[in-house]
Design a binder for this molecule. Structure first.
Ligand code: AP5
Length: 215
């Protein structure tokens, strides 16, 4: 299955993707995580992206499309994928459509995560991420519980707060979402691919709604 998770920062795309990879048997492909990995490794792309991400702006479309193309060519994505945080602009959506067409594939579903704005800001302020495996936690709603810590991927989660989760940067990320990403809602609705999900409620309830939307 080839799926896109669409929604504003903090709407739970990453959390739900991580909860669904095992049951769906396909990988989560997060462009945010790929960029953070470049940053961690100190690549030219990572260094360039660092300032852009810290401001809450978007990395240019051509770079993102190249990065996604490389990632989707990996063997684990052959059966499908959950794209989390991509596409984020109309140009990325067009580029992605062309990429899929070139390999004779189609997108199956686009899941839109609907969350009230005030709830988003609270979620983002409480978010902590494991520096080693990128597992997402929340000091208010999803603390790392034992056992198993860190979803069983790391022996001990090393929780860090993302630099772009500061209040001013979050406001800019939300403004960028409204201007550049929100038009994708209509783009995918017109193609009959959009599935809207109420993404408020506990994690298991939202997982059940997303699963139902994928049927
Ligand atoms: P990225 O990492 O993709 O960030 P984002 O899209 O802003 O999304 P988030 O990771 O903030 O939110 P999420 O929806 O995944 O929520 P989460 O599950 O973590 O991008 C970062 C930056 O990279 C961008 O700003 C840009 O600069 C660049 N970039 C990335 N992709 C790009 C692209 N395609 N083009 C150009 N630039 C790009 O949940 C949030 C918190 O809420 C967590 O703490 C979680 O535990 C909690 N939570 C989740 N669900 C619930 C629930 N149901 N109830 C209570 N709490 C919950």
């Amino acid at each position: 299955m080839r799926i896109v998770f669409l929604g504003p920062p903090g709407s739970g795309k990453g959390t739900q993707a991580q909860r669904l990879v095992a049951s769906l048997g396909i990988p989560q492909v997060s462009t945010g995580d790929l960029l953070r990995d470049h940053r961690k490794r100190g690549t030219a792309l990572g260094l360039r992206a660092e300032a852009i991400m810290a401001r809450g702006d978007l990395v240019d479309d051509a770079t993102i499309l190249d990065m996604v193309k490389d990632r989707l060519a990996q063997p684990d994505a052959a059966k499908g994928f959950i794209l989390d945080g991509f596409p984020r602009t109309l140009a990325q959506a067009d580029g992605f459509e062309a990429l899929l067409a070139s390999i004779g594939r189609k997108l199956d579903h686009v899941v839109l995560f609907n969350v009230d704005r005030a709830a988003l800001v609270k979620r983002i302020s409480g978010r902590r991420t494991c520096a080693d495996c990128n597992r997402v936690f929340n000091i208010y709603t999803a603390p790392p519980s034992v056992p198993p810590p860190c979803g069983g991927q790391c022996t001990t989660p090393r929780l860090v707060q993302r630099k772009d989760d500061e209040e001013a940067t979050v406001a800019q990320r939300l403004a960028v979402y409204d201007e550049l990403t929100n038009p994708l809602v209509d783009y995918y609705r017109k193609r009959g691919l959009l599935r809207e999900v109420d993404a408020e409620g506990d994690l298991a309830t939202v997982t059940a709604r997303v699963t139902a939307a994928l049927r």
